[in-house]
Design a protein around this ligand. Structure first.
Ligand SMILES: [Fe+2]
Length: 456
């Protein structure tokens, strides 16, 4: 072979190598043991509390638009029992009572739920610890929570972030790491809760075990819920045709406070954050309720009051795994221009059982004739985080598209959780922790500059 041909070949190989290596980081970390099986019904984390009809599956979430109310939900297994919440600022001393009437049950195929209570405590003071007790007599149970600071541009706040949790040994590890770290003040949950639908006829007892499993966190801090596909619980063969029935019956959110007509999409303000929750599995085409709501909702985020604009949804828009590839594409096409116009800071999604962080990119220029269909760097675009790595029964996503696309900054097929730590109006720190046996190891982290206050 003559020398010039060898030279051409070498140059061609070098160009190809550059082309293959121009994406971000694909972490080579692979965990050895990976038992993605659900914990059995008799696991200690599922054990009901002692005593007849003791309140169980206790969970709280923000109950209004500004963080001065809390919705407390719980289940009594045998009879309705008391609806009263006793609460106050001093441990073991009851100052106030909230009286509520809402107790519901539901049937699903051959299952009948326990008595599901929802009770909103109103007019709480900001930044204050409250103790509350449920039940009566020997089966009284006590918990506590802290309200967020008053809504304001420099109110620091630390969110945990999780998705696709399920109830496996891996899920337990994720929750244990999050709780033991003790840093998160509320959780942003990106959908797919119990995975009860993994079982024949969507065995609803797995919703109950999940509620008891998570109580160690959900009874003490607000979890901000988004719905995933595993919340659909849709089985027409046995006439279960109301999508999201178990989820919306068990988990209430303050959707009416943001003018929404559905619990599947809503917004809240919490400290310095404006959080918008969307539903990947509800209509979002033009003129649909979700579309109309979001169109008028996004401009309501006053960045002088709540600088951090966060979106929580289930099916990711930027995903370079070979799992659920392009499933978020239709929603991206509909809403991405609005996200860029309104300078959303960060979008958390689940669905894909791994972790991925995008660069700030957009893909909104395309028309049927111009061919501009590649994501481009855009400082007004959010960072997209896929965090469907809670550890559910379906196992890890461990197969990537290759080469790694330019928009993908970091991806790793591990289970874990994240902490999103807002410091002030300009800076927030994000860190993703992979499960590593008894410890959680930082896999990826970065400082985020607020898109409104520090857009460079
Ligand atoms: Fe999902």
């Amino acid at each position: 072979m003559d020398k010039s041909l060898i030279k051409i070949l070498l140059v061609a190989i070098a160009i190809n190598l550059v082309a293959l290596c121009n994406g971000g980081i694909t972490s080579p970390y692979v965990r050895g043991v990976d038992p993605s099986t659900d914990m059995p019904f008799n696991s200690d984390v599922f054990r009901p509390p002692k005593g007849y009809n003791a309140p169980q599956q206790v969970h709280i979430t923000q109950g209004d638009h500004i963080g001065r109310s809390v919705i407390v939900s719980w289940v009594t297994p045998s009879e309705p029992g008391t609806n009263i919440i006793q609460y106050g600022k001093v441990h073991n001393k009851t100052e106030f009572e909230a009286h509520c009437n809402e107790v519901v049950t539901y049937k699903f195929y051959n299952y009948t739920s326990g008595f599901i209570h929802h009770c909103t405590i109103h007019n709480l003071q900001y930044n204050t610890r409250y103790f509350y007790q449920l039940g009566s007599g020997e089966v009284t149970r006590q918990f506590h929570f802290k309200t967020p600071p008053e809504v304001g541009p420099d109110a620091p706040y630390t969110f945990g972030v999780m998705g696709d949790l399920g109830q496996t040994y891996n899920s337990n590890e994720t929750v244990e790491h999050y709780v033991s770290k003790g840093r998160g003040q509320a959780v942003l949950f990106a959908g797919d809760l119990s995975y009860a639908d993994h079982y024949p006829f969507n065995d609803q007892r797995r919703w109950d075990t999940w509620g008891r499993f998570l109580e160690r966190s959900t009874a003490y801090q607000s979890w901000i819920w988004a719905a995933g596909n595993h919340e659909l619980d849709y089985i027409p063969e046995v006439l279960e045709t109301t999508p999201f029935k178990p989820y919306t019956t068990r988990y209430h959110v303050p959707y009416e406070a943001s003018g929404s007509t559905s619990p599947l999409w809503y917004s809240i303000k919490r400290a310095s954050a404006y959080i918008i929750v969307l539903s990947s599995y509800s209509s979002f085409g033009k003129y649909t309720p979700q579309y109309n709501w979001l169109k008028q909702e996004l401009p309501k985020a006053n960045r002088s009051e709540t600088p951090w604009l966060i979106v929580l949804l289930h099916s990711p828009w930027y995903n370079s795994y070979n799992y659920h590839y392009m499933e978020g594409e239709t929603m991206r096409v509909m809403f991405e221009p609005w996200f860029v116009q309104n300078k959303v800071d960060i979008v958390f999604a689940g669905h894909v059982h791994g972790y991925e962080r995008s660069e700030r990119v957009s893909n909104i220029e395309y028309s049927i004739v111009n061919g501009k269909c590649t994501p481009v760097s855009n400082p007004s675009a959010p960072v997209y985080i896929t965090i469907g790595d809670g550890g559910n029964i379906e196992g890890r996503a461990n197969n990537f598209t290759e080469p790694q696309p330019d928009y993908s900054a970091y991806r790793e097929a591990s289970f874990g959780h994240a902490i999103f730590d807002i410091k002030n109006r300009t800076h927030a720190h994000f860190a993703w922790y992979r499960n590593l046996g008894k410890v959680a190891d930082v896999g990826d982290s970065l400082w985020l500059h607020n898109r409104h206050w520090l857009p460079q």
